[in-house]
Design a protein. Structure first.
Length: 300
């Protein structure tokens, strides 16, 4: 099973050599077996990538991500033919009714809020807030009709990063930029797994924006967001820049850290696959209780 997230910060060229990724830099060459690679993250505007390599990456179901000039993941390359029964999977997906969608969205948000509480508990934050979040998780209604997620998020982030912290996807302060980067990398890994299992990523159960090609991905990322929150809380400050070293550390963390899922420790990448496999089974059988999900995101 592929396990590496390859971070390319400086390279003149990337090309295919047999079934290996060849990275060329100033006359030096590095070979990495494609069978080991889950994701390639290119954070260099000048790197040349051959078409032959891109086609081979699609064959191996490897997602390739190009970062913009601000070092944020911006362009995703993923094969739309990653599953051998794509049309059959899609036919089942479009038949999921509102009842199972609402029930599953309720469960996913309960998991997310519980994992947020676990992060605060691990970091020995305010016990009252931990208990409030656990209570909010239990209060999430069908399809989150009372928006417990929004209330929990404000409570959680203010306790985790301070009362003056404002979560903003467009902000480039130390904490927000690290959160944004981590979420995007995790999102990319989930997009890769969603495509590999034949799902249509635009058809979400909780997210429904007509402008978002990854609604389902944004649904399934929710239980994993606290994984990133924990790392950022441990290593980032409000005034710290998201340097190359920190980006590399974060990618390494996502590649190698483990979470508790299904009564065992799994890497984050394996846990994503397990959740998506059981998500499909749960949705097709109309039973959210079949979902296997991370129950402890601090088992690192």
């Amino acid at each position: 099973m592929s396990w590496r997230i390859v971070y390319i910060e400086a390279a003149d060229q990337m090309k295919l050599y047999l079934d290996n990724l060849k990275v060329v830099r100033e006359g030096q060459e590095v070979l990495i077996p494609l069978s080991d690679i889950h994701t390639i993250l290119i954070d260099n505007q000048k790197t040349l990538v051959t078409a032959r390599l891109i086609n081979k990456l699609a064959e191996y179901h490897i997602i390739i991500i190009f970062c913009d000039e601000k070092h944020m993941p911006n362009v995703y390359g993923i094969s739309p033919h990653s599953h051998y029964q794509t049309s059959l999977v899609l036919l089942k997906q479009v038949k999921w009714d509102d009842e199972i969608k609402g029930a599953m969205w309720q469960k996913i948000l309960q998991i997310k809020i519980t994992n947020q509480a676990n992060v605060l508990e691990y970091l020995r934050k305010d016990e009252l807030c931990v208990n409030q979040l656990k209570a909010l998780a239990g209060d999430v209604q069908f399809a989150d009709e009372t928006n417990r997620e929004g209330y929990a998020a404000k409570l959680y982030f203010n306790t985790l990063f301070g009362e003056n912290f404002i979560r903003n996807r467009d902000s480039y302060d130390g904490i927000n930029s690290a959160l944004n980067y981590g979420y995007i990398v995790i999102r990319s890994c989930i997009a890769r797994s969603v495509a590999a299992h034949g799902l249509e990523p635009a058809l979400g159960i909780g997210h429904h924006s007509q402008y978002n090609a990854f609604n389902l991905v944004d649904d399934l990322i929710e239980p994993f967001r606290p994984v990133i929150d924990l790392w950022v809380a441990l290593v980032s400050g409000h005034n710290e820049l998201l340097t190359k070293e920190r980006r590399q550390q974060l990618v390494h963390y996502i590649s190698t850290s483990t979470v508790q899922i299904g009564n065992q420790k799994q890497t984050i990448l394996n846990a994503i696959d397990i959740l998506i496999q059981t998500f499909i089974k749960s949705m097709n059988n109309g039973n959210p209780e079949l979902l296997v999900y991370p129950t402890n995101v601090v088992a690192v």
